[in-house]
Design a protein around this ligand. Structure first.
Ligand SMILES: NC(=O)C1=CN([C@@H]2O[C@H](COP(=O)(O)OP(=O)(O)OC[C@H]3O[C@@H](n4cnc5c(N)ncnc54)[C@H](OP(=O)(O)O)[C@@H]3O)[C@@H](O)[C@H]2O)C=CC1
Ligand SMILES: CC(=O)N[C@@H](CCC(=O)OP(=O)(O)O)C(=O)O
Length: 346
């Protein structure tokens, strides 16, 4: 059995890790890490875990945990892991980090967008960006995984085949995104109160959201050119789900059929990326609770733009599900082990 420790097990992403890992046949959770609930029963924090989880919340002692666990998931605020991770710890255990600390290779870019000074920049190069469908081979040998951001996962997978084929003018890309409020975490904030969010929709982080450089970096690798784009997220009154609609100008006339065969080529072997039938738009309700990303494309010949769409669950493929997918790859397990989660509806 793989012994797993979770730091930040009491947050939304950590809670989802617990839910998924309880159904994983090769995993035993040995550490439910917390800051605010130390000593309390985990099942008293999340009562859906009543009679399912016996353990109590422990502190975030990474040194101690690294002695005991084969892999540690950190579902903690930005800057936390970078402040305590060392080469010595990585020699003892594997780490899958759900925060952004090791996602961006250029430390100055990270510091500028996150407003944090990076405390372990010597580890950035070692970290593998854990977008499984793209970086599968590097993930297999990794000790440190930078689990991708929720919006970047959905955006990159929806745009990747066209970017890789060099068919769009990359600097014309505009990504319009929407997220449910669980994306903002469990911490109390006025902006996320019921009355502030319900019956309303708003853009936020306009021209300044910290996922912008992460998406730009990944699409730059795909296209081989330095990408600068617009990314605008919106907060939607629903618990889970991310929807992205991206627009890009085509370099030449390409039919929708040709583009669809490109997507089929990229994703037909991919268990977790579903190319929808022509004309169907991805919807968050059809992926909720699952590790799927639904994608589709449409060509608007009037404007010569292609419209790329994606939907997924921010807490699953956007966080905990992808983290488990990474763990499976690291330990040589079938990539979908513990992840055959059927989307829930309604
Ligand atoms: N929510 C989402 O959809 C996604 C989240 N992520 C990333 O996952 C990470 C966790 O996010 P999320 O679950 O939403 O956040 P939450 O606010 O819901 O949870 C944060 C967790 O971190 C713990 N924590 C808070 N401060 C500290 C600290 N200083 N030291 C150690 N632990 C601390 C909290 O413990 P306690 O409550 O016990 O004090 C809690 O368990 C973030 O980096 C986020 O960016 C990534 C993709 C999607
Ligand atoms: C709705 C909402 O607030 N979403 C969060 C999503 C970010 C997140 O979860 O963080 P990662 O970088 O680890 O993916 C936000 O926009 O900051």
């Amino acid at each position: 059995m793989i012994k797993v420790g979770i730091i930040g097990a009491t947050g939304y992403a950590g809670g989802e890790l617990v839910r998924i890992l309880l159904g994983h046949p090769e995993v035993k959770i040995i550490w439910y890490g917390s800051r605010s609930y130390i000593g309390e029963e985990y099942a008293s924090v999340y009562r859906n875990m009543f009679e399912l989880v016996e353990g109590r919340c422990l502190d975030d002692n990474l040194e101690e945990l690294a002695q005991q666990a084969d892999v540690i998931f950190t579902a903690t605020p930005q800057g936390y892991l970078a402040g305590i991770l060392t080469k010595e710890l990585l020699a003892k255990t594997k780490v899958v980090d759900l925060s952004a600390d090791y996602r961006i290779k250029d430390v100055a870019t990270y510091e500028q967008w996150y407003g944090i000074s990076h405390q372990s920049m010597e580890l950035i190069n070692e970290a593998v960006y854990g977008l499984c469908e793209i970086n599968r081979e590097q993930i297999k040998g990794a000790r440190l995984i930078a689990n991708p951001g929720c919006y970047p996962t959905c955006s990159t997978l929806a745009i990747y085949p066209l970017a890789k084929a060099g068919l769009i003018e990359m600097n014309t890309l505009i990504i319009d995104a929407k997220s449910g409020t669980s994306g903002a975490g469990r911490g109390a904030k006025v902006d996320n109160l019921y009355c502030e969010v319900n019956e309303s929709i708003k853009a936020y982080g306009v021209a300044s959201h910290r996922h912008t450089p992460e998406i730009e970096e990944q699409l730059s690798y795909a296209s081989g050119e330095a990408v600068v784009l617009n990314f605008t997220p919106h907060l939607v009154p629903m618990n889970r789900g991310i929807l992205i609609t991206a627009y890009g100008t085509l370099k030449e006339k390409v039919s929708e059929e040709e583009i669809r065969s490109l997507y089929e080529e990229h994703y037909q072997q991919e268990k977790f990326v579903r190319l929808l039938p022509s004309g169907q738009c991805p919807e968050t309700r059809w992926v909720k609770g699952s590790n799927y990303v639904d994608v589709n494309v449409k060509v608007d010949s009037r404007t010569n733009r292609v419209i790329m769409m994606g939907a997924m669950d921010n807490l699953v493929k956007g966080a905990a599900g992808q983290a488990v997918q990474n763990m499976n790859l690291i330990f040589g397990l079938p990539e979908n082990m513990g992840l055959d989660l059927v989307p829930m509806f309604p």
